[in-house]
Design a protein around this ligand. Sequence first.
Ligand code: SAH
Length: 228
Amino acid sequence: MWSASQTNAEMIHRLGSEGVIVSSAVARAMRSVDRRNYCIEGDLSPYDDAPSHIGFGATISAPHMHARCLEAFVQHATRGDARILDVGSGSGYLSVVFGRMNTDASVFGLDLIPELVEQSIANVKRADKDLLESGKLRLLVGDGWTGLPHEGPFDVIHVGAAAASVPRSLLAQLKIGGRAILPVGPEGQVQQLIMIDRVSGGPPEDAKAFITTPLLAVQYVPLVASEK
Ligand code: SAH
């Protein structure tokens, strides 16, 4: 799976020839965001198809993981007034790509670590600061177990850290017709990336309101449990 690229364009091209990127919307959006700006300074291989440490115990996910999630979200994320929540936004990369995929969307990146949110804002300011200035992208400090109840409901909820169980409050913030993708499973072990579609109203406990589809085995950093 791992592959090396020298440029952002080459990285996108490879993901295309590997069949990971299939839609022009995803290709165009990822091409317009330079992944180097979201890696730490001194990262010698920002275009390799591998995760990379960004400090504070976090990693920017591998490009193929971002691409797979974006492909699964393409219909939902490109709706006219899509509201998009990216939990565990880390580097800010994926939030920005969502913003590029749909200039009319409202994108919220949420991360627990204030220093990381600060760093992600600095990353965005390198070449994508128009998204912050227009207010279309907001990068906020907050807890993924709570989400952003006042900004929902969302068409898209992406979670970039693994929870032992699906956070109920996030399900409650999913629009009817909305889609969530999140890794679920024990810390440090193989987890399952799952896709959840909300097909009707009703409480998060109502199994009939949600359709869950397992996507693939993954290993993500844990979605840290909030302190009560
Ligand atoms: N999608 C990001 C992934 C970053 S790693 C990227 O590609 O850059 C996962 C992130 O989840 C870390 O930044 C970590 O701080 C964050 N995180 C962990 N627990 C969290 C929680 N309870 N609420 C919000 N963010 C959390």
